[in-house]
Design a protein around this ligand. Structure first.
Ligand SMILES: Nc1nc2c(ncn2[C@@H]2O[C@H](COP(=O)(O)OP(=O)(O)OP(=O)(O)O)[C@@H](O)[C@H]2O)c(=O)[nH]1
Length: 878
């Protein structure tokens, strides 16, 4: 089929050629004259644009729309509308459009022909069949026109509305990116995601009282109404969103958004010859750590290959599947008008746990809560007596108490103090100082209920006292000040109180709300009073309760590898009761509790809230601050640990991006990131190494560049060479040698550029070019596969899908495609947006296999066309 000429399109629509030309110009397509022909996709866009913008006389407008059901903007819009622009006709006020739920049902709005009018209309137009629904962009916001189908009984509207109105926990229905989870394709339900129909507390409950908005929708006697009402009412957070507000809003928003995207696609300047959907500068893109360009592409609806190209033009090289760091994504996001929203490790972990149905924020029922001891951390300046005080608290207790025994340092201990006639226990974290406190807090773990700030009375407030104060304040932990060393001569407890007021810590004696207790860790004086003060402070401001009868949650506070017992970890149970035999996971360590000992070194069978115990049986050593969880079974524990490990690995990989490659040396030099090109030379014989070194040092470059050979040697490239390269940001040159496996792995992880040569001149040339900034990676286009179109499936949602058979090579999802018809290239550089075998999305399809290929917006596919795919591969240099 020949490409249509502009005047032909114009006359088909009944507009003047110059209007069409003008429109083409607006669209960014520069066409000389009405006799010029345009490619079919452009022709189609032009028609759509002309219709949308109201340039087409009404009669002409409805005609092509009726002829081409798939292209019809929408059932309602296909009907002749008076006035120059669709939507400019009589319209209900905007507010009504936005809130159809609150609006009266059609029956009330248009009393003449109740609700069967919209139903009739929908039935009239075959285009209205949901499967053939037009692209959202073609829907010109017509919802509130009188007499048009209302969202309440419009199949499209209700469908979309319901999609939006799901309660937080329900799996996602549509393939919308907006709500899609980072790292998860589209909106596919996550494995193990919260079950549908099992809403979380706080989410709208199925069967909750119907909101007023739902009533008109249900009550409307239109044909679509009741059927959809029934569906919407089931487990979807009520029907209001399904029919009214949600539906209407979602629809108009989507349409606008898509339009904007399309607009921007057209207007966007191309970078490196490709266009990708752009953001408006504030469009958020949520990415996980260690994501790849392919992930980013999925989020913005572009193609990974295009992003590779763009990034390349921004001076960064990456493959589509390589984990990238935050800076690289920022660069890309900035360029494309997006705002990067990097998922924090905590959020990431939370999401991971959610996939296992574990919700860390889940709250217990009031009646299940029981008293637990407060957990206390001691902080203060060096030598003010933290350790001694912790000892005094413990030994004072042990001395007075029954246990006697050998005390065991497990990282925390419990003491008992009589308080208001009652024996109360207190749990002390046995690692003094705010480093541990901060380290744990940095990992999102806050175990401390009360902080004791120790200040030596003979020394007063010191820098770390202030730091400790700030840490406690930042964590919103109440404090008690222990004024220590009062036995010492020159002790001035009053001065400490006075100094503290400068930091807004005012003693109760001065009318403040912080308790100060004078103690001597040496003599034990005041220690009991200190414990009482802690209890009073805790009771005054904290809810010291936890549910001992649930699965265990806690924090690992200390862990080590013990020769005989393997991994031993002290955990502080926060809720639930930990028992021997429980399946547990802490960070990336998992296992079953083999044995537990308490702070007195005794074996125990169980540990409840606020009880520290040392646990044996974990697969590896968790870190202090790792959240400790009981899982249903070993398998879950292992899976969580493995997933966490994978996430960490990804994050690590992202950090280890290329540090310095020969290609980007000049850029790095120009940007002042490097001053010298450091080289490490390894070769098979010493003569070669020397020759190479000599020749390299002779390379003439201007004074601004310095070339240094920081290490040379004979033999394979080893891990230690790579380590050196890591430290000194060097490039490794291997002459007739290869790296060993460890070195290769490490180089990959650290992003070290290792080059191999077998002719000296090759190396010299490359280095010389690199110093001059002329060494560009060379890519070549290779044909990767050819498929023949056997059938064309029309899908309104995905565009046309080519049912094809692969004739040669492999068709891959990341490749670029071109369409060849009768030996002529019709379109090039198309992204393969979907690749399927039967119902499954696949990443590649090999020769002789059939597949479905979707080319996104490009729809001009015919029987017999060839789809050829190409990939850019970096040309090896040696
Ligand atoms: N006279 C007297 N000396 C004390 C008292 N408390 C601690 N000391 C001494 O002060 C010195 C420091 O005590 P530590 O308990 O090690 O102090 P710290 O704050 O834990 O010090 P770092 O671990 O270095 O941060 C030691 O020599 C203690 O014996 C006290 O109440 N009276």
């Amino acid at each position: 089929m020949a490409n249509p000429r502009v005047h032909e399109i114009a006359s088909e629509l009944g507009v003047e050629s110059k209007v069409a030309l003008e429109k083409l110009k607006e669209m960014g397509e520069f066409v000389k004259s009405p006799a010029s022909s345009v490619a079919p996709p452009v022709a189609r866009r032009l028609k759509k644009k002309l219709i949308e913008d109201g340039a087409v006389p009404t009669e002409a407008k409805s005609e092509p729309a009726a002829k081409k059901p798939a292209g019809a903007p929408k059932p309602g819009a296909a009907a002749p509308t008076p006035g120059p622009k669709p939507g400019a006709g009589p319209r209900a006020p905007k507010e009504e459009a936005a809130k159809p739920a609150a609006a009266p049902a059609p029956a009330e709005a248009a009393p003449k022909k109740p609700a069967d009018k919209p139903a009739e209309k929908a039935a009239d137009k075959p285009a209205a069949a949901p499967s053939d629904a037009p692209k959202p962009s073609a829907i010109p916001r017509p919802m509130a026109r009188p007499g048009q189908p209302r969202p309440g009984n419009n199949p499209f509207a209700s469908r979309q509305g319901m999609g939006r109105a799901r309660p937080g926990g329900a799996p996602q229905r549509d393939g919308e990116r907006r709500g899609g989870r980072p790292g998860q394709p589209g909106g596919a339900p996550r494995p193990g995601a919260p079950r549908p129909g099992a809403p979380r507390p706080g989410s709208p409950r199925p069967g909750a009282p119907t909101t007023p908005g739902a009533a008109p929708g249900r009550g409307a006697p239109g044909r679509g109404g009741p059927a959809f009402a029934g569906r919407g009412g089931r487990g979807r957070g009520g029907t209001a969103g399904a029919f009214g507000k949600g539906g209407g809003k979602a629809r108009s928003r989507k349409s606008k958004r898509t339009k904007r995207l399309e607009f921007e696609m057209r207007e966007a300047p191309t970078i490196g010859g490709v266009r990708v959907p752009r953001g408006d500068g504030s469009t958020k893109v949520r990415m996980r750590r260690g994501s790849t360009l392919a992930d980013f592409a999925e989020k913005i609806g572009g193609s990974p290959a295009d992003l590779v190209t763009i990034l390349f033009h921004l001076g960064e090289m990456a493959t589509a599947t390589q984990s990238l760091d935050e800076t690289t994504f920022e660069l890309l996001a900035d360029e494309l008008g997006y705002k990067l929203d990097l998922v924090s490790p905590e959020e990431e972990d939370k999401e991971l746990l959610e996939t296992f149905d574990i919700d860390l924020d889940e709250e217990d029922d009031e009646e299940d809560l029981e008293y637990r001891s407060p957990v206390i951390t001691v902080m203060g300046h060096v030598d003010h007596g933290k350790t001694r005080l912790l000892d005094a608290i413990r030994s004072g207790n042990v001395g007075a108490g029954e246990a006697g025994g050998i005390t065991q340092h497990i990282g925390a201990y419990q003491v008992v103090q009589e308080h208001e006639g009652e024996d109360r226990s207190l749990t002390f974290i046995d690692t003094p100082g705010h480093e541990a406190f901060t380290a744990m807090r940095a990992r999102g773990a806050l175990v401390t209920d009360v902080a004791i700030i120790v200040v030596a009375a003979d020394d007063g407030i010191m820098p770390q006292t202030i730091e400790a104060l700030n840490h406690a304040k930042a964590a919103d932990v109440p404090i008690v000040v222990a004024v220590n060393k009062i036995d010492k001569e020159g002790a001035n407890p009053a001065k400490v109180r006075q100094q503290m007021t400068e930091y807004e810590v005012v003693t109760e004696e001065y009318g403040g709300d912080t308790m100060f207790v004078d103690v001597s860790a040496r003599t034990g004086e005041g220690v009991a009073a200190l414990l009482e003060a802690v209890l009073l402070t805790a009771d005054a401001g904290l809810d010291l309760r936890a549910n001992p009868n649930r699965e265990v949650r806690g924090i690992a506070i200390e862990a080590k590898l013990d020769k005989g017992r393997g991994s031993v970890a002290t955990v502080l149970v926060q809720s639930g009761t930990l028992r021997v035999g429980d399946a547990i996971v802490a960070g990336t360590a998992y296992g079953r509790v083999r044995a537990m000992i308490n702070d007195a070194g005794e074996r125990v069978e169980e540990a409840g809230p606020s009880t520290p115990v040392q646990v044996q049986g974990l697969s590896s050593v968790p870190r202090a601050g790792d959240v400790f969880l009981q899982t249903e079974d070993d398998r879950t524990a292992r899976q969580i640990a493995e997933k966490r490990e994978a996430l960490e690995r990804n994050a690590m990989l992202a950090k280890a991006r290329k540090r310095l490659s020969l290609e980007d040396f000049k850029t790095a030099l120009d940007e002042g990131k490097v001053e010298t090109l450091n080289l490490i030379i390894k070769g098979d014989v010493s003569g070669a190494v020397e020759a190479l070194e000599e020749s390299l040092l002779k390379i003439e470059v201007d004074d601004s560049v310095d070339l240094r050979i920081i290490h040379r040697g004979v033999g394979a490239v080893t891990e230690s060479d790579v380590n050196l390269a890591t430290v000194d940001n060097a490039v490794v040159i291997g002459f007739n040698v290869r790296p060993d496996t460890k070195a290769r792995e490490r180089a990959q992880r650290e992003g070290i550029d290792i080059r191999f040569y077998n002719v000296i001149y090759g190396a010299i040339d490359d280095i010389e070019n690199s110093l001059k900034g002329m060494l560009k990676p060379e890519y070549e286009e290779v044909q990767s596969g050819v498929a023949e179109v056997r059938e064309v499936f029309r899908s309104s949602k995905w565009g046309n899908i080519a049912g094809a058979i692969v004739r040669s090579g492999t068709i891959t999802r990341n490749a670029k495609a071109r369409i060849i018809r009768d030996g002529i290239v019709l379109a090039d550089g198309l992204a393969i947006e979907s690749l399927r075998r039967f119902k499954d999305d696949v990443t590649e399809v090999k020769t002789d296999f059939e597949c479905g290929i979707g080319l996104g917006k490009y729809n001009d596919i015919q029987l017999g066309d060839e789809i050829e795919t190409t990939e850019m591969v970096e040309k090896p240099r040696d």
